[in-house]
Design a protein around this ligand. Structure first.
Ligand SMILES: Cc1cc2nc3c(=O)[nH]c(=O)nc-3n(C[C@H](O)[C@H](O)[C@H](O)COP(=O)(O)OP(=O)(O)OC[C@H]3O[C@@H](n4cnc5c(N)ncnc54)[C@H](O)[C@@H]3O)c2cc1C
Length: 1003
């Protein structure tokens, strides 16, 4: 950095601060309720969390009772403990004290709504126009943003579009009355800028936007954006496309380019896009846009911001195992901002610049750089959010003249969500506004070159020690395989390529694999694509009793040496297998897409889970493989250790065809038990994937044997075989119970009791409480019920909705369900595909008939005629005693139940023979606590969907009729495949005992 310019930047900043000395943004002004509460929140992190959560739920608290209950739940056990700061205003106006809590609740609501209104120019177009008039009178230009709820359906996306049209009409009727800002008098503000300026958030215009389908998403969004932009153009206005979360970035840039080049718009320069400097990739995006604009000779406009979703992007990346896409030290975002700002200003001939910030160092940098580069005033302007940083905007107007305020308008419901974002932004430790106006940090630091700040912070940042995790021999700590990230173009491209490749194997015959060798049989089963049963994928050889005998003999022969191999060595095979699956991940996914109809992400999750099982059980066996000393009394050594049980039959389902197969088989294998693996018929080719993986991993002969076959021919034979010691099964309750019964009967020559590990069905419920965030609940229920066509044991099949919110919830749910696309899983645009086969299709259709009789059909989607499709079905009016509420359906059928209150909802949720998964959407701390205690299922999910358990983080499995055995992917799972032994040795000889370090010896 040129020191001369740097000095000028600092001098300009100092002057700026001087010009606003003594002023503070209203949000920090302690003479007002907001300022007091903010002050308290910044000093007290717990209060801040509770306050922001309370603000978030407030619009849902429609009755005095619910308002009062939530105030107590969030802020105190009883009235007296509610912080004085919240009651401020109530006391002041004489409302508090002897008066009822109800009145205080009202005052708190009024204060918070007042706070929201501070950031919003109006709740309807009339109020908005009044505010705009006033702002323009004060010399500020505007950019209007229509606040929207997250759009979960096409009807909501259309309403959002209509909302824009309404405000545009209002502006069209008014704009001629507005005097131009500045002195030009040519009809434009400051002589060059359209008076009408509108911001849009693309994701709200198309409910089905998703990163795995960028062309479809862009097309969907364009259908509603084009009419809006057309109207803006007719008014001579400007439209800026806001930037949202990272998952929408690529489609936003793509849509911007398409819109900019459309015949009807390419000669109209007033289109802008936002870039966020907190993204590590933003400089590349900027370079791309600038060179694109040059190549096309089309002027563009860029608003540069730091970015509003820093916490979200960081948390998501951490949860999903992705590289964090944002800079993680605040000065890095500032440095990136300054670099990008300079680049835009250098290209001012082709790119107009909107500098959006509240940071005086940032503004000073831009002003001095623009001056250094001789950038004309018409090529850049400054933007600030309405309701924020009032002194800054005033100072800016004085110095730069051209200030535009970003003005949200709309209902208080989305307004509260917007308020929470602003409160977070203002009170974050890193916030320039907080540091300047609430903490009074020294100017020298506030105006410092961010490169120096970064250096200083890095030099004095404390060394962090990652949390200690258990060690597993030579293996590094377990880490889940990362979830799929469709923002990476190579990931998206990999699927069609792998699917095309998988199709090349069509018509192949898949043999059995016994004792390390392929074994062909004459009995074959044809595997087909459920989306198109005419597409034959392959022929799978079927095992009969002879082959089962061969496999059991091979396994039995392998048993002793495999059992006695050190646990670490057995674990190595699993780690090798995981590496193979990781390398072949897209091939393994492609087979699932074709054979069982898994969508891209569902298939990837399945293979990812298989990898996790291999890695996790490898480590778990190393842990369990070390004998444990029990008790520390001197003179006696007690060691607990484990040994394998014997030959294991692994009987797998088709719904998680690789993950559950690999999970059960690898657990048995690593514990020292050779395996006879029987895949489910409909996923036999996926099952063959285990042969490929374990063969390449080099498992000794006989340790893994692949025996697909017809249950009627070899099912009972395998289970009852006297040499089978262990049966790991996942599937329906009927089959699971039958296996337990058969296994209980001792056969001649049977040497030990058989152990059965059976994961069975579910009739999982999600409760939607009266204060639930419906944006989340609707999408969470939809995904839990219809992801992979509802064919997950964890799928939601009952949604129990508490009465006050019932109508709003089901209306939004039904519309959301009507909006999704249905068709073959290989097309990423489709949300739902075919069920796995004709038998399952027939079964589910039968249940749909029952559902029609028992309840009232809310949604029944048309589905393609060809293929194993069943309609996506939602049925209301279901009561606990109905069959639809009791029997497992395993398909896309959702029962809706209306409960009178939360207690009844819990009671109904538990009124099932199953206890596998459950979910609760609620923002009541007390109800969430109650659910933890009383909603008795194996896996309970609070405020999220109820599917997609991750190995180690959410060990999975239920009880009651949902299963026997402990949780897959958890620390107790392997114990089921082992027999514990204890050896006790008396180490005392003639009164002499060696004393060990860990003995409980006298001091
Ligand atoms: C007119 C206008 C339009 C806007 N439009 C958009 C938009 O379309 N999309 C959007 O995302 N945002 C948008 N914003 C919001 C904007 O991103 C935030 O207001 C802005 O990030 C706050 O930055 P600042 O320069 O005002 O403050 P500063 O206090 O200087 O910066 C705060 C910002 O630094 C970043 N940050 C915080 N902590 C860290 C950290 N540990 N490591 C790295 N970076 C960190 C974050 O981005 C945070 O918001 C807009 C803002 C304005 C004024």
């Amino acid at each position: 950095m040129n020191p001369e310019i740097e000095n000028k930047i600092v001098a300009r900043g100092q002057e700026f601060f001087k010009s606003i000395a003594g002023e503070a943004p209203s949000i920090f002004s302690k003479g007002h309720w907001t300022g007091k509460v903010m002050d308290w929140a910044m000093k007290n992190e717990d209060f801040k969390v509770q306050l922001f959560r309370f603000v978030d739920v407030l619009p849902y608290l429609n009755t005095g009772e619910s308002l009062q209950r939530h105030i107590e739940e969030y802020f105190a056990g009883n009235d007296c403990e509610i912080p004085a700061v919240l009651k401020w205003g109530a006391e002041k106006s004489g409302l508090f004290g002897g008066l009822a809590a109800k009145v205080m609740g009202k005052a708190i609501r009024g204060n918070i709504e007042g706070m929201a209104k501070q950031f919003i120019i109006g709740e309807n177009s009339k109020e908005a126009m009044k505010s705009l008039r006033k702002l323009r009178k004060d010399g500020f230009a505007f950019v209007v943003d229509f606040l929207g709820e997250a759009t979960v359906s096409e009807i909501e996306a259309q309403a959002y579009h209509d909302g824009y049209m309404e405000i545009l009409d209002a502006m069209a009727a008014e704009q001629h009355k507005w005097d131009c800002l500045g002195k030009s008098g040519n009809g434009q503000d400051w002589g060059h800028a359209p008076k009408v300026n509108v911001a849009v958030k693309l994701s709200a215009f198309y409910s089905q936007a998703k990163p795995q389908d960028i062309p479809g998403s862009v097309a969907g969004m364009l259908t509603r954006i084009v009419p809006i932009y057309r109207k803006i153009k007719a008014m001579g206005g400007f439209m800026c496309i806001d930037m949202e979360q990272l998952k929408y970035k690529e489609m936003t840039i793509e849509l911007f380019k398409q819109l900019r080049t459309m015949d009807e718009f390419k000669d109209y320069p007033h289109l802008g896009i936002v870039l966020q400097s907190y993204l590590r990739d933003t400089e590349n995006d900027l370079d791309g846009l600038l060179s694109w604009a040059r190549a096309k000779s089309l002027p563009i406009s860029i608003r540069l911001v730091k970015g509003a979703y820093w916490d979200f992007e960081t948390v998501m990346a951490k949860q999903c195992g992705w590289d964090v896409p944002v800079w993680t030290q605040k000065p890095e975002s500032d440095i990136c901002y300054e670099r990008c700002a300079r680049k835009i200003l250098e290209n001012h001939d082709i790119c107009h610049f909107a500098c959006a910030s509240h940071n005086i160092r940032t503004f000073s940098y831009v002003m001095e750089t623009a001056r250094e580069l001789n950038v004309p005033d018409s090529r850049y302007e400054f933007q600030v959010l309405y309701g924020m940083a009032e002194p800054v905007r005033k100072g800016l107007k004085n110095v730069a003249g051209r200030v535009r305020l970003y003005c949200p308008y709309g209902d208080l419901l989305p307004g509260m969500a917007y308020l929470v974002r602003r409160l977070l932004e203002n009170t974050a430790n890193e916030s320039f506004l907080r540091q300047s106006f609430a903490e009074g940090k020294e100017l020298e630091r506030l105006l410092e070159n961010p490169a120096l700040t970064l250096k200083r912070e890095q030099e004095c940042s404390p060394v962090t020690h990652p949390a200690k995790r258990p060690s597993y021999g030579n293996l590094p700590p377990f880490k889940n395989h990362q979830l799929i990230d469709f923002t990476i173009p190579e990931v998206r491209a990999a699927f069609p390529k792998a699917i095309a490749e998988a199709r090349k194997s069509k018509g192949k015959t898949y043999p059995l694999y016994i004792n390390g060798k392929d074994v062909a049989t004459q009995d074959r089963m044809t595997s087909t694509n459920p989306a198109d049963p005419d597409e034959v994928l392959g022929q799978v050889c079927q095992a009969g009793r002879t082959e089962i005998d061969m496999a059991i003999e091979a396994a039995d022969k392998a048993f002793l040496s495999w059992r006695d191999m050190p646990a670490e060595k057995r674990a190595e095979y699993l780690v090798k297998a995981a590496a193979i699956a990781r390398r072949r991940i897209y091939d393994l996914c492609a087979v699932q897409v074709l054979e069982v109809g898994k969508q891209w992400d569902q298939a990837y999750n399945d293979v990812g889970e298989a990898i996790d099982f291999l890695e996790y059980y490898a480590r778990e066996m190393v842990r369990l493989g070390t004998p444990r000393r029990m008790g520390f009394e001197p003179g006696e050594h007690n060691h607990l250790f484990y040994q394998a049980k014997g030959v294991a039959a692994v009987i797998a389902p088709w719904n998680f065809p690789l993950a559950i197969s690999v999970g059960m088989a690898s657990a048995a294998i690593v514990a020292g038990n050779p395996v006879i693996y029987k895949p489910a018929g409909p996923s036999s080719i996926v099952g063959y994937g285990l042969v490929e993986i374990f063969r390449e991993a080099g498992l000794p002969e006989g340790v893994f044997n692949f025996c697909p076959g017809r249950s009627s021919v070899m099912g009972d034979y395998l289970i009852e075989h006297p040499k089978v010691s262990l049966i790991a099964f996942t599937g329906s309750m009927e089959v699971g119970l039958r296996i337990q019964e058969k296994a209980a009967k001792v056969q001649p020559e049977q040497a030990q009791c058989k152990r059965v590990i059976a994961e069975m069905g579910g009739k999982n419920a999600i409760i939607v409480d009266d204060d639930a965030d419906l944006d989340e609940a609707v999408l969470g229920v939809l995904y839990s019920a219809f992801g992979f066509q509802g064919q997950k044991c964890s799928a939601c099949s009952r949604v129990i909705v508490v009465e006050p919110i019932y109508e709003r919830f089901i209306e939004r749910l039904a519309e959301a369900a009507k909006s999704v696309k249905i068709g073959p899983a290989e097309d990423p645009a489709n949300y739902m595909g075919p069920v796995v086969g004709p038998a399952q299709q027939k079964d589910i259709l039968k249940y749909i008939d029952i559902a029609k009789q028992e309840g009232e059909v809310l949604v029944m989607r048309e589905v393609p005629q060809k293929g194993c499709y069943v309609p996506m079905t939602i049925v209301a009016g279901i009561r606990p005693e109905h069959r639809i509420a009791q029997e497992e359906i395993f398909g896309p059928v959702l029962a809706v139940m209306k409960a009178k209150d939360f207690d009844q909802a819990i009671e109904w949720a538990n009124a099932s023979r199953f206890a596998l998964t459950g979910g609760v959407y609620s923002r009541s701390p007390r109800h969430l606590e109650q659910a933890r205690r009383e909603f008795r299922v194996g896996n309970l999910y609070l405020n999220r969907n109820c599917v997609g358990a991750l190995v180690e983080r959410q060990p999975f499995g239920g009880f009651k009729m949902s299963g026997v055995g402990s949780k897959a992917g958890g620390p107790d799972y392997l114990l089921q495949f082992l027999d514990p032994r204890v050896v006790t040795e008396n180490t005392m000889r003639r009164g002499f005992t060696p004393i060990e370090d860990d003995d409980n010896w006298v001091c």
